[in-house]
Design a protein around this ligand. Structure first.
Ligand code: SF4
Length: 683
């Protein structure tokens, strides 16, 4: 067979915003990817990947949506009319657009608008950060869009110390899966649970939706969205009443017990019934399981953080582990942040020291309003959207679209494929997919470091993010050697390669057929309070957080009700077709997205499965296909997130219904699940 068409199988790593960071085997013929499978390089992911990557990634790389050339806008903003230009011309346009803003309003009138598209250390944030830091652009706090609330809830208790790697749940006798649809967004934890189930390990699932894992659970607690803190605090109080708290552990390893329990004792059966919609028996059954288990592992998904009391819900749920002494042994602990084991050297990679003193920072959730704020000094006059599809992922979609329509705003866009957000750009820079460049990967849901090399050449004229920003830095005359670092140097800057767990490999030299496990000191698996320790100011697990009290007034968790002004609450969790909005342009995501509705609510409105319905509130309208199902509670609608505008006849997705003014208790995060709506059959 001709060498050019012979199929080769090459190693890679999945870069998507997913905790698992699978190792991949990529089949390549010539310059094309023909198939993607799991590889066994990473023992945690062990040859298994999700369907969406296998189905949609080849199309994402080679399909009709792929951006092949730099382009400039030639029609009205947002209409998607572009014509190809050379790289030189495109970079000149970016230089002109940014320079015009800087000349009139200073460097803070430029703002990067990026999030977590690819999770490789280089593509995710390296030369781009150096560039914007040196430019003196406005800084962006990206975590409040997703992840920061859960992250801060964890670090407020444990500091930046790694939690339990998911594999350890095999050694538990009770696993609590709280607000985490593991079959969709934490696939390999599902495999651990299957193994554990064979050994008789009990599983409790707490979720507003009866997910697949909920159907298999020993106890499924179908909780009302946003009420997790009430349930967790009531459980803490009930455990205390039964004498089931571990007083010796609390004495040795925690601070703030009294303040925490003073608040927890305010919650009991009545609040659980009224606010969580759960029975006293359910609370008691949960407490009995917890109190009777030797080693409890608890996993918390991002679902909890998407409500007003999300940070409190997460803190209270995690704190149950400390209150019951579920630390210090393999299989007991919070399955969270195992990736903190890796010796990342992010400051060396991103160079925040280049940021001029006094540079302002915007919360990413506020961007639409900042762009429209006529009193802002200086105004944002130029931005670059990259690693992000904000139109399909931010709350309050219509306001964001209005902001991106601003005629006097210069917008550069950079992505692998054309998106609903890039349609608003003045100039588009085609980015290479991660299959086309080198990168090194930590993970946020497991504790391995992996590296990937290109498996195909850059498609069309696309370039890796690092090269795009190297060229931009040169255009702006940034001649410091750090702006000339090649990808090998950047990979070496991403981790401390002298760490013994790198086994003598430089980060840029990690063998492609190896995943390096980031153990605790001495090579043992990380176990909180045994060989890794709380990295909090007190050195203990902080049930009362002085930092959260000072910054947000939430030293201990508490419930904050949100006024409900429409009959139904809409939740929009992960999809099994997309990772956030990635793959939203692929065939698998064509057509209208579904909305699940409880049979009682459907009957009240004369809706049956297959109907087309309009879901609406004061912010907008979306058309969705009805699925009548008792997997959702009465009063709750469920529709997967990340759809693109073409999927709804109204030209808006569920993000148009989501408020941006309601914020989480800690970290000022987006409250995707505080979305109150009506639903009716579409006319
Ligand atoms: S999206 Fe997650 S589960 Fe799917 S291949 Fe990537 S890392 Fe693995």
């Amino acid at each position: 067979m001709n060498e050019a068409v012979r199929e080769l199988v090459k190693p890679s790593v999945c870069p998507l915003d997913c905790p698992d960071t699978c190792s991949l085997s990529v089949s390549v013929q010539g310059d094309r990817i023909t198939a993607i499978r799991g590889s066994k390089v990473n023992p945690f992911t062990d040859g298994v990947i999700c369907n969406k990557v296998a189905r949609s990634y080849p199309e994402f790389v080679h399909g009709a949506g792929r951006l092949m050339h730099p382009m400039k806008r030639v029609g009205p903003r947002g209409k998607g009319q572009f014509e190809p230009v050379s790289w030189d011309a495109a970079l000149d346009l970016v230089h002109e657009g940014f320079s015009r803003a800087i000349a009139q309003y200073g460097p803070q009138s430029v703002m990067p608008f990026n999030y977590a598209g690819p999770h490789g250390e280089l593509a995710g944030g390296s030369m781009d950060r150096r560039f914007f830091h040196k430019l003196g652009a406005t800084l962006l706090n990206r975590g409040p869009l997703c992840g920061a609330v859960r992250g801060t809830a964890y670090t407020s208790l444990y500091g930046s110390s790694p939690g339990m790697p998911p594999e350890q749940a095999r050694q538990s006798d009770l696993v609590v899966i709280w607000g985490n649809n593991v079959t969709v967004s934490n696939l390999h934890l599902m495999r651990v649970l299957k193994d554990a189930g064979k050994r008789g390990v009990r599983v409790v699932v707490i979720d507003p939706k009866r997910t697949k894992i909920a159907e298999r659970a020993d106890l499924f607690i179908q909780i009302r969205p946003g009420s997790d803190v009430v349930f967790a605090m009531a459980a803490a109080a009930e455990l205390e009443r039964r004498g089931a708290l571990d007083r010796a552990f609390i004495e040795e390893w925690t601070v703030g017990f009294d303040a925490f329990m003073d608040e927890a004792r305010r919650y009991g059966v009545k609040q659980v019934e009224d606010i969580c919609g759960l029975s006293a028996d359910t609370l008691m059954e949960f407490v009995e399981l917890y109190a009777g288990a030797e080693n409890v592992a608890a996993s918390f998904g991002n679902g909890i953080e998407r409500g007003r009391s999300g940070g409190s819900g997460l803190r209270a749920g995690m704190a149950l582990q400390a209150l019951t002494g579920n630390h210090g042994r393999p299989g007991a602990g919070v399955i969270a942040k195992p990736g903190l084991s890796a010796p990342k050297t992010t400051e060396r990679l991103q160079r925040p020291d280049l940021v001029p003193d006094g540079t302002r920072t915007f919360n990413i959730v506020d961007v639409a309003h900042k762009l429209l704020d006529k009193t802002l000094d200086p105004p944002v006059m130029a931005t670059m959207i990259y690693n992000h599809n904000p139109v399909c992922t931010h709350p309050d979609q219509k306001t964001l679209i209005k902001a991106l329509r601003r005629e006097d705003l210069f917008i550069a866009g950079c992505d692998v494929v054309m998106t609903d957000s890039l349609a608003f750009a003045d100039v588009i820079l085609p980015a290479a997919s991660h299959f086309e460049f080198d990168d090194v990967y930590g993970a946020y849901g497991q504790n391995y470091v992996q590296r990937a090399a290109p498996v195909i050449p850059c498609v069309g004229e696309s370039l890796p993010n690092t090269e795009i920003f190297r060229r931009l830095a040169a255009r702006f005359g940034f001649d410091d050697p750090i702006f000339k670092d090649d990808d090998a140097a950047l990979m070496d800057a991403a981790f401390d390669g002298s760490d013994e767990r790198f086994q003598g490999f430089s980060p840029g030299g990690v063998p492609l057929e190896r995943a390096l496990v980031m153990t605790a000191k001495g090579g043992s698996e990380p176990v909180m309070c045994k060989n890794v320790f709380p990295a909090t100011p007190s050195g203990r697990i902080e049930l009362y957080s002085e930092d959260l009290e000072e910054r947000f007034g939430y030293g201990v968790p508490r419930f904050e009700p949100v006024k409900r002004d429409r009959p139904l609450i809409l939740i929009s969790p992960s999809s099994d077709k997309r990772t956030n909005a990635t793959f939203g342009g692929c065939a698998e995501s064509d057509g209208m997205e579904v909305v699940e509705i409880h049979p009682d609510n459907a009957a009240e409105r004369g809706l049956t499965s297959g109907d087309q319905a309009t879901v609406s509130n004061e912010r907008g309208k979306v058309t969705l296909k009805v699925v009548v199902s008792d997997a959702v509670l009465p009063g709750v609608l469920y529709s997967p997130k990340g759809t693109w505008l073409k999927t709804s006849a109204t030209g808006n997705t569920v993000n148009a219904l989501i408020p941006s003014h309601i914020r989480t208790d800690i970290e000022d995060g987006a409250c995707y699940n505080e979305t109150f709506v009506d639903i009716e059959r579409s006319a």
